[in-house]
Design a protein around this ligand. Structure first.
Ligand SMILES: Nc1ncnc2c1ncn2[C@@H]1O[C@H](COP(=O)(O)OP(=O)(O)O)[C@@H](O)[C@H]1O
Ligand SMILES: [Mg+2]
Length: 399
Protein backbone atom coordinates (compact mmCIF):
# COMPACT_ATOMS: atom_id res chain seq x y z
CA UNK A 1 0.00 0.00 0.00
CA UNK A 2 1.58 3.23 -1.02
CA UNK A 3 0.92 6.33 1.00
CA UNK A 4 -0.22 9.51 -0.66
CA UNK A 5 2.30 12.26 -1.26
CA UNK A 6 1.78 14.97 1.31
CA UNK A 7 1.92 18.43 -0.27
CA UNK A 8 2.19 21.66 1.70
CA UNK A 9 0.52 24.46 -0.28
CA UNK A 10 1.92 27.78 0.91
CA UNK A 11 -0.08 30.95 0.17
CA UNK A 12 -1.03 34.39 1.48
CA UNK A 13 2.18 36.21 2.32
CA UNK A 14 3.57 39.66 2.85
CA UNK A 15 3.09 41.14 -0.60
CA UNK A 16 0.36 43.38 -1.98
CA UNK A 17 -0.83 40.29 -3.84
CA UNK A 18 -1.71 38.48 -0.60
CA UNK A 19 -5.41 38.12 -1.41
CA UNK A 20 -4.84 36.86 -4.96
CA UNK A 21 -2.40 34.33 -3.51
CA UNK A 22 -5.09 33.03 -1.11
CA UNK A 23 -7.35 32.38 -4.12
CA UNK A 24 -4.52 30.62 -5.98
CA UNK A 25 -3.65 28.50 -2.92
CA UNK A 26 -7.24 27.39 -2.28
CA UNK A 27 -7.71 26.54 -5.96
CA UNK A 28 -4.53 24.45 -5.91
CA UNK A 29 -5.80 22.49 -2.90
CA UNK A 30 -9.01 21.73 -4.78
CA UNK A 31 -7.25 20.86 -8.02
CA UNK A 32 -4.60 18.45 -6.65
CA UNK A 33 -5.34 14.89 -7.77
CA UNK A 34 -6.69 13.27 -4.56
CA UNK A 35 -5.74 9.77 -5.74
CA UNK A 36 -2.06 10.70 -5.61
CA UNK A 37 -1.69 13.75 -3.37
CA UNK A 38 -2.88 14.90 0.00
CA UNK A 39 -2.60 18.67 0.06
CA UNK A 40 -2.86 20.82 3.15
CA UNK A 41 -2.97 24.61 3.50
CA UNK A 42 -0.09 26.59 4.97
CA UNK A 43 -1.25 30.17 5.30
CA UNK A 44 1.31 32.97 5.62
CA UNK A 45 -0.36 35.92 7.34
CA UNK A 46 0.12 39.58 6.49
CA UNK A 47 2.58 39.67 9.40
CA UNK A 48 4.61 36.76 8.02
CA UNK A 49 3.44 34.15 10.55
CA UNK A 50 2.80 30.63 9.21
CA UNK A 51 -0.38 28.78 10.18
CA UNK A 52 -1.89 25.35 9.51
CA UNK A 53 -5.37 24.00 10.21
CA UNK A 54 -8.53 22.90 8.48
CA UNK A 55 -10.28 26.26 8.88
CA UNK A 56 -7.81 27.54 6.28
CA UNK A 57 -9.56 25.50 3.56
CA UNK A 58 -12.64 27.69 3.80
CA UNK A 59 -12.62 30.90 1.79
CA UNK A 60 -15.12 32.45 4.22
CA UNK A 61 -12.45 32.43 6.96
CA UNK A 62 -10.19 34.98 5.25
CA UNK A 63 -8.46 36.98 6.54
CA UNK A 64 -8.39 34.78 9.69
CA UNK A 65 -9.45 36.71 12.79
CA UNK A 66 -8.47 35.94 16.38
CA UNK A 67 -11.32 33.43 16.80
CA UNK A 68 -10.33 31.49 13.67
CA UNK A 69 -6.67 31.58 14.70
CA UNK A 70 -7.54 29.81 17.96
CA UNK A 71 -8.47 26.75 15.86
CA UNK A 72 -5.19 26.96 13.92
CA UNK A 73 -1.62 26.05 14.81
CA UNK A 74 1.23 28.47 14.29
CA UNK A 75 4.19 26.66 12.74
CA UNK A 76 7.72 27.26 11.49
CA UNK A 77 10.07 25.65 9.01
CA UNK A 78 13.37 25.32 10.81
CA UNK A 79 16.32 25.57 8.44
CA UNK A 80 18.89 22.96 9.39
CA UNK A 81 16.35 20.92 11.33
CA UNK A 82 13.35 20.45 9.06
CA UNK A 83 14.29 17.05 7.61
CA UNK A 84 13.41 14.06 9.76
CA UNK A 85 12.50 10.49 8.97
CA UNK A 86 12.60 10.96 5.20
CA UNK A 87 10.14 13.86 5.26
CA UNK A 88 10.13 17.52 6.18
CA UNK A 89 8.38 18.87 9.25
CA UNK A 90 6.60 22.06 10.10
CA UNK A 91 6.80 22.46 13.88
CA UNK A 92 4.37 24.11 16.22
CA UNK A 93 5.71 27.42 17.50
CA UNK A 94 5.83 27.62 21.27
CA UNK A 95 3.99 24.32 21.56
CA UNK A 96 4.63 21.42 23.89
CA UNK A 97 5.30 21.45 27.59
CA UNK A 98 7.38 19.53 30.08
CA UNK A 99 5.78 16.23 29.16
CA UNK A 100 4.57 16.81 25.59
CA UNK A 101 6.41 17.60 22.41
CA UNK A 102 5.38 20.40 20.02
CA UNK A 103 3.01 19.19 17.28
CA UNK A 104 4.60 18.47 13.90
CA UNK A 105 3.13 18.47 10.41
CA UNK A 106 5.02 16.31 7.91
CA UNK A 107 5.16 16.84 4.16
CA UNK A 108 6.99 15.44 1.13
CA UNK A 109 6.72 18.32 -1.31
CA UNK A 110 5.72 21.95 -1.32
CA UNK A 111 3.90 24.25 -3.73
CA UNK A 112 4.74 27.93 -3.29
CA UNK A 113 1.52 29.71 -4.32
CA UNK A 114 2.76 33.13 -3.26
CA UNK A 115 2.70 36.09 -5.63
CA UNK A 116 5.01 39.08 -5.49
CA UNK A 117 7.72 39.88 -2.97
CA UNK A 118 8.68 37.36 -0.28
CA UNK A 119 7.49 34.43 -2.36
CA UNK A 120 7.70 34.93 -6.10
CA UNK A 121 11.14 36.47 -5.81
CA UNK A 122 13.43 33.62 -4.75
CA UNK A 123 13.32 34.33 -1.02
CA UNK A 124 11.09 31.40 -0.04
CA UNK A 125 12.72 29.29 -2.76
CA UNK A 126 16.11 29.91 -1.11
CA UNK A 127 14.87 28.56 2.21
CA UNK A 128 13.33 25.52 0.50
CA UNK A 129 16.45 24.84 -1.58
CA UNK A 130 18.62 25.05 1.55
CA UNK A 131 16.52 22.23 3.01
CA UNK A 132 16.48 20.26 -0.29
CA UNK A 133 12.69 20.33 -0.26
CA UNK A 134 11.19 19.45 -3.66
CA UNK A 135 9.07 22.49 -4.57
CA UNK A 136 7.03 23.41 -7.63
CA UNK A 137 7.96 26.25 -9.96
CA UNK A 138 11.15 28.15 -10.69
CA UNK A 139 14.32 27.92 -8.61
CA UNK A 140 16.07 30.58 -6.57
CA UNK A 141 18.03 31.98 -9.50
CA UNK A 142 15.16 32.24 -12.00
CA UNK A 143 12.77 33.70 -9.41
CA UNK A 144 15.30 36.23 -8.12
CA UNK A 145 16.17 37.34 -11.64
CA UNK A 146 12.61 37.69 -12.94
CA UNK A 147 11.39 39.78 -9.99
CA UNK A 148 13.90 42.37 -11.27
CA UNK A 149 12.25 43.75 -14.40
CA UNK A 150 15.44 45.40 -15.73
CA UNK A 151 17.56 42.25 -15.39
CA UNK A 152 14.80 40.28 -17.10
CA UNK A 153 14.82 42.71 -20.03
CA UNK A 154 18.61 42.32 -20.29
CA UNK A 155 18.35 38.54 -20.31
CA UNK A 156 15.56 38.72 -22.88
CA UNK A 157 17.71 40.89 -25.14
CA UNK A 158 20.52 38.41 -24.88
CA UNK A 159 18.15 35.60 -25.83
CA UNK A 160 17.16 37.56 -28.95
CA UNK A 161 13.80 38.99 -27.85
CA UNK A 162 12.97 42.59 -28.78
CA UNK A 163 12.40 44.89 -25.77
CA UNK A 164 11.37 48.56 -25.58
CA UNK A 165 14.18 51.07 -24.79
CA UNK A 166 14.29 51.22 -20.99
CA UNK A 167 16.18 53.21 -18.35
CA UNK A 168 16.71 51.89 -14.82
CA UNK A 169 16.29 54.48 -12.06
CA UNK A 170 17.29 53.83 -8.47
CA UNK A 171 15.79 55.68 -5.53
CA UNK A 172 19.24 57.13 -4.78
CA UNK A 173 19.65 58.63 -8.25
CA UNK A 174 19.37 62.34 -8.97
CA UNK A 175 16.08 62.37 -10.86
CA UNK A 176 16.87 65.47 -12.93
CA UNK A 177 20.21 64.04 -14.09
CA UNK A 178 18.62 60.73 -14.89
CA UNK A 179 15.75 62.21 -16.86
CA UNK A 180 18.18 64.51 -18.72
CA UNK A 181 20.03 61.40 -19.86
CA UNK A 182 16.87 59.82 -21.32
CA UNK A 183 17.37 59.81 -25.10
CA UNK A 184 13.91 58.48 -25.94
CA UNK A 185 10.75 60.38 -26.79
CA UNK A 186 7.82 61.28 -24.57
CA UNK A 187 5.40 60.05 -23.42
CA UNK A 188 7.23 57.43 -21.39
CA UNK A 189 5.86 54.64 -19.26
CA UNK A 190 7.00 54.70 -15.61
CA UNK A 191 6.70 51.60 -13.43
CA UNK A 192 8.25 50.00 -10.34
CA UNK A 193 11.14 47.61 -10.98
CA UNK A 194 10.02 44.99 -8.45
CA UNK A 195 6.34 45.50 -7.67
CA UNK A 196 3.64 43.87 -9.78
CA UNK A 197 -0.11 44.20 -10.25
CA UNK A 198 0.31 47.45 -12.18
CA UNK A 199 0.77 49.27 -8.86
CA UNK A 200 2.26 52.72 -9.44
CA UNK A 201 2.58 52.17 -13.20
CA UNK A 202 1.50 55.00 -15.49
CA UNK A 203 2.14 57.05 -18.59
CA UNK A 204 4.11 60.29 -18.17
CA UNK A 205 3.82 62.91 -20.89
CA UNK A 206 6.69 65.26 -19.98
CA UNK A 207 9.95 65.14 -17.95
CA UNK A 208 8.13 66.94 -15.10
CA UNK A 209 5.36 64.40 -15.21
CA UNK A 210 7.93 61.56 -15.28
CA UNK A 211 9.64 63.04 -12.20
CA UNK A 212 6.29 63.11 -10.41
CA UNK A 213 5.54 59.53 -11.46
CA UNK A 214 8.98 58.36 -10.28
CA UNK A 215 8.51 60.11 -6.94
CA UNK A 216 5.23 58.23 -6.53
CA UNK A 217 6.89 54.92 -7.42
CA UNK A 218 9.66 55.52 -4.87
CA UNK A 219 7.08 55.63 -2.10
CA UNK A 220 6.42 51.96 -2.90
CA UNK A 221 9.59 50.57 -4.45
CA UNK A 222 13.30 51.37 -4.38
CA UNK A 223 13.85 51.15 -8.12
CA UNK A 224 11.84 52.08 -11.20
CA UNK A 225 11.88 51.83 -14.97
CA UNK A 226 11.35 54.60 -17.48
CA UNK A 227 10.38 52.93 -20.72
CA UNK A 228 9.29 53.86 -24.21
CA UNK A 229 5.52 54.05 -23.99
CA UNK A 230 4.01 51.67 -26.50
CA UNK A 231 1.20 53.47 -28.31
CA UNK A 232 -2.03 51.75 -29.38
CA UNK A 233 -1.22 49.13 -26.78
CA UNK A 234 -2.60 45.64 -26.82
CA UNK A 235 -1.01 42.81 -24.85
CA UNK A 236 -0.38 39.14 -25.47
CA UNK A 237 0.47 36.59 -22.79
CA UNK A 238 1.60 33.02 -23.17
CA UNK A 239 2.64 30.41 -20.62
CA UNK A 240 5.46 27.91 -21.07
CA UNK A 241 6.29 24.63 -19.38
CA UNK A 242 8.52 21.58 -19.73
CA UNK A 243 6.70 18.30 -20.06
CA UNK A 244 7.90 15.13 -18.35
CA UNK A 245 9.46 13.96 -21.64
CA UNK A 246 11.65 17.08 -21.63
CA UNK A 247 9.91 18.96 -24.44
CA UNK A 248 9.13 22.63 -23.82
CA UNK A 249 5.59 23.59 -24.84
CA UNK A 250 3.51 26.76 -24.90
CA UNK A 251 -0.07 27.36 -23.80
CA UNK A 252 -2.83 29.17 -25.65
CA UNK A 253 -2.06 32.85 -26.19
CA UNK A 254 -4.37 35.34 -24.51
CA UNK A 255 -5.08 38.95 -25.34
CA UNK A 256 -6.47 40.56 -22.18
CA UNK A 257 -9.26 43.01 -22.94
CA UNK A 258 -8.78 46.56 -21.73
CA UNK A 259 -11.78 48.65 -20.87
CA UNK A 260 -10.09 52.02 -20.57
CA UNK A 261 -6.71 53.68 -20.24
CA UNK A 262 -6.24 52.94 -16.55
CA UNK A 263 -3.81 50.30 -15.36
CA UNK A 264 -5.12 49.79 -11.91
CA UNK A 265 -5.09 46.84 -9.57
CA UNK A 266 -8.91 46.84 -9.54
CA UNK A 267 -8.98 46.62 -13.29
CA UNK A 268 -6.81 43.56 -13.29
CA UNK A 269 -8.20 41.53 -10.43
CA UNK A 270 -11.61 42.72 -9.34
CA UNK A 271 -13.48 42.98 -12.62
CA UNK A 272 -14.74 39.43 -12.50
CA UNK A 273 -11.49 37.95 -13.75
CA UNK A 274 -10.42 36.06 -10.66
CA UNK A 275 -13.94 35.54 -9.38
CA UNK A 276 -15.32 33.77 -12.39
CA UNK A 277 -14.03 30.35 -13.31
CA UNK A 278 -12.61 30.71 -16.75
CA UNK A 279 -12.88 28.08 -19.36
CA UNK A 280 -10.91 28.54 -22.51
CA UNK A 281 -11.41 25.86 -25.10
CA UNK A 282 -8.93 25.75 -27.93
CA UNK A 283 -11.15 27.64 -30.41
CA UNK A 284 -9.25 30.54 -31.90
CA UNK A 285 -10.71 33.87 -30.98
CA UNK A 286 -12.80 32.54 -28.13
CA UNK A 287 -13.77 35.53 -26.03
CA UNK A 288 -14.82 35.61 -22.42
CA UNK A 289 -15.39 38.57 -20.14
CA UNK A 290 -11.75 39.54 -19.87
CA UNK A 291 -9.71 37.98 -22.64
CA UNK A 292 -9.52 36.68 -26.19
CA UNK A 293 -8.00 33.21 -26.42
CA UNK A 294 -5.75 32.54 -29.43
CA UNK A 295 -6.51 35.91 -31.04
CA UNK A 296 -6.92 35.37 -34.79
CA UNK A 297 -4.94 38.49 -35.80
CA UNK A 298 -1.72 36.73 -34.69
CA UNK A 299 -2.19 33.92 -37.16
CA UNK A 300 -0.10 35.91 -39.66
CA UNK A 301 3.03 34.24 -38.28
CA UNK A 302 3.32 36.39 -35.16
CA UNK A 303 1.76 33.72 -32.91
CA UNK A 304 4.57 31.33 -33.92
CA UNK A 305 7.12 34.11 -33.33
CA UNK A 306 5.78 34.91 -29.86
CA UNK A 307 5.83 31.20 -28.98
CA UNK A 308 9.41 30.82 -30.23
CA UNK A 309 10.53 33.85 -28.18
CA UNK A 310 8.74 32.53 -25.09
CA UNK A 311 10.45 29.14 -25.40
CA UNK A 312 13.86 30.77 -25.97
CA UNK A 313 13.57 32.85 -22.81
CA UNK A 314 12.17 29.94 -20.77
CA UNK A 315 15.25 27.93 -21.68
CA UNK A 316 17.72 30.81 -21.27
CA UNK A 317 16.50 31.53 -17.74
CA UNK A 318 16.07 27.88 -16.73
CA UNK A 319 12.45 28.63 -15.81
CA UNK A 320 10.24 25.89 -14.40
CA UNK A 321 6.65 25.37 -13.37
CA UNK A 322 4.25 27.24 -15.62
CA UNK A 323 5.53 30.81 -15.92
CA UNK A 324 3.59 33.29 -18.06
CA UNK A 325 5.52 35.54 -20.43
CA UNK A 326 3.91 38.86 -21.32
CA UNK A 327 4.32 40.89 -24.49
CA UNK A 328 3.36 44.44 -25.53
CA UNK A 329 2.11 45.22 -29.03
CA UNK A 330 1.44 48.37 -31.01
CA UNK A 331 -1.85 47.37 -32.58
CA UNK A 332 -1.43 49.77 -35.49
CA UNK A 333 2.02 48.62 -36.63
CA UNK A 334 1.74 45.05 -35.34
CA UNK A 335 5.17 45.33 -33.67
CA UNK A 336 5.64 43.16 -30.57
CA UNK A 337 8.06 43.56 -27.63
CA UNK A 338 8.74 41.31 -24.69
CA UNK A 339 7.59 42.89 -21.42
CA UNK A 340 7.99 40.67 -18.37
CA UNK A 341 7.98 37.17 -16.90
CA UNK A 342 5.38 36.24 -14.28
CA UNK A 343 7.06 33.13 -12.86
CA UNK A 344 4.04 32.30 -10.71
CA UNK A 345 0.98 33.78 -12.40
CA UNK A 346 -2.39 33.96 -10.61
CA UNK A 347 -4.11 30.54 -10.65
CA UNK A 348 -0.88 29.25 -12.23
CA UNK A 349 -2.49 30.44 -15.47
CA UNK A 350 -4.35 27.12 -15.67
CA UNK A 351 -6.98 28.50 -18.05
CA UNK A 352 -4.23 29.09 -20.63
CA UNK A 353 -3.37 25.39 -20.38
CA UNK A 354 -6.97 24.25 -20.50
CA UNK A 355 -7.21 26.23 -23.72
CA UNK A 356 -3.95 24.78 -25.11
CA UNK A 357 -3.73 22.15 -27.83
CA UNK A 358 -3.78 19.48 -26.49
CA UNK A 359 -5.74 20.72 -23.49
CA UNK A 360 -4.13 20.24 -20.06
CA UNK A 361 -6.37 20.18 -16.98
CA UNK A 362 -5.43 21.97 -13.76
CA UNK A 363 -4.81 18.65 -11.91
CA UNK A 364 -2.54 17.40 -14.65
CA UNK A 365 -0.67 20.71 -14.74
CA UNK A 366 0.00 20.53 -10.99
CA UNK A 367 0.95 16.86 -11.20
CA UNK A 368 3.50 17.63 -13.92
CA UNK A 369 4.88 20.52 -11.87
CA UNK A 370 5.40 18.23 -8.87
CA UNK A 371 7.03 15.51 -10.98
CA UNK A 372 9.33 18.21 -12.37
CA UNK A 373 10.04 19.43 -8.82
CA UNK A 374 11.27 15.96 -7.83
CA UNK A 375 13.54 15.73 -10.86
CA UNK A 376 14.96 19.20 -10.28
CA UNK A 377 15.81 18.58 -6.63
CA UNK A 378 17.51 15.30 -7.60
CA UNK A 379 19.62 17.18 -10.14
CA UNK A 380 20.58 19.82 -7.60
CA UNK A 381 21.49 17.32 -4.92
CA UNK A 382 23.78 15.51 -7.33
CA UNK A 383 26.01 18.57 -7.52
CA UNK A 384 28.52 17.89 -4.77
CA UNK A 385 30.88 20.75 -4.05
CA UNK A 386 34.26 19.29 -4.99
CA UNK A 387 37.25 19.88 -2.72
CA UNK A 388 40.33 20.74 -4.74
CA UNK A 389 43.52 18.71 -4.29
CA UNK A 390 44.98 19.66 -0.96
CA UNK A 391 41.90 21.73 -0.15
CA UNK A 392 40.88 19.57 2.78
CA UNK A 393 42.14 21.12 6.00
CA UNK A 394 40.44 19.18 8.79
CA UNK A 395 40.21 15.44 9.25
CA UNK A 396 36.67 14.28 8.54
CA UNK A 397 36.28 12.23 11.75
CA UNK A 398 33.02 10.37 12.05
CA UNK A 399 31.49 11.98 8.95
N1 LIG B 1 6.20 50.41 -22.12
C1 LIG B 1 4.89 50.39 -21.90
N2 LIG B 1 4.04 51.11 -22.66
C2 LIG B 1 2.72 51.11 -22.44
N3 LIG B 1 2.11 50.42 -21.47
C3 LIG B 1 2.88 49.66 -20.67
C4 LIG B 1 4.30 49.60 -20.83
N4 LIG B 1 4.81 48.78 -19.88
C5 LIG B 1 3.76 48.33 -19.18
N5 LIG B 1 2.59 48.86 -19.63
C6 LIG B 1 1.24 48.59 -19.08
O1 LIG B 1 1.32 48.49 -17.67
C7 LIG B 1 0.94 47.21 -17.22
C8 LIG B 1 1.80 46.79 -16.04
O2 LIG B 1 3.16 46.76 -16.40
P1 LIG B 1 4.03 45.45 -16.24
O3 LIG B 1 5.36 45.74 -16.80
O4 LIG B 1 3.29 44.31 -16.81
O5 LIG B 1 4.16 45.31 -14.67
P2 LIG B 1 3.33 44.49 -13.57
O6 LIG B 1 2.33 43.62 -14.27
O7 LIG B 1 4.36 43.71 -12.86
O8 LIG B 1 2.71 45.54 -12.73
C9 LIG B 1 1.09 46.32 -18.45
O9 LIG B 1 0.27 45.20 -18.37
C10 LIG B 1 0.70 47.27 -19.57
O10 LIG B 1 -0.71 47.38 -19.65
MG1 LIG C 1 2.39 42.62 -16.02
Amino acid sequence: MSEKIKVAVVFGGLSSEHDVSVLTGLEVLEALNPAKYEGFPVYVGLDGQWWVGDALRNRANYIPDAATKRSLTRVSLNVGAAYEGGRWLLREVGGGGLLSKPKTFAFDMLIPALHGTWGEDGTLQGVLAAEKIPFAGGGVDAMALTIHKMWTLGAANQAGLPTPPTMFVSKQDDLDDKLDSWRGDYPVFVKPNYLGSSIGARVAKTPDDARAALTEVFRLDHAALVQRCIPNLIEYNVAVRRRADGTVVTSAIERPLRKDESYTFKDKYLSGDMASKLSGGSNPGLVNATRVINPPELEDGRAAQVRAWAVALFEALDLAGAPRLDFLCNEQTGEIWFNEVNPLPGSFGYFLWEAATPSVGYSELLDDMLVEARARVRNRVRVIDPVANGGAIFPKRGV
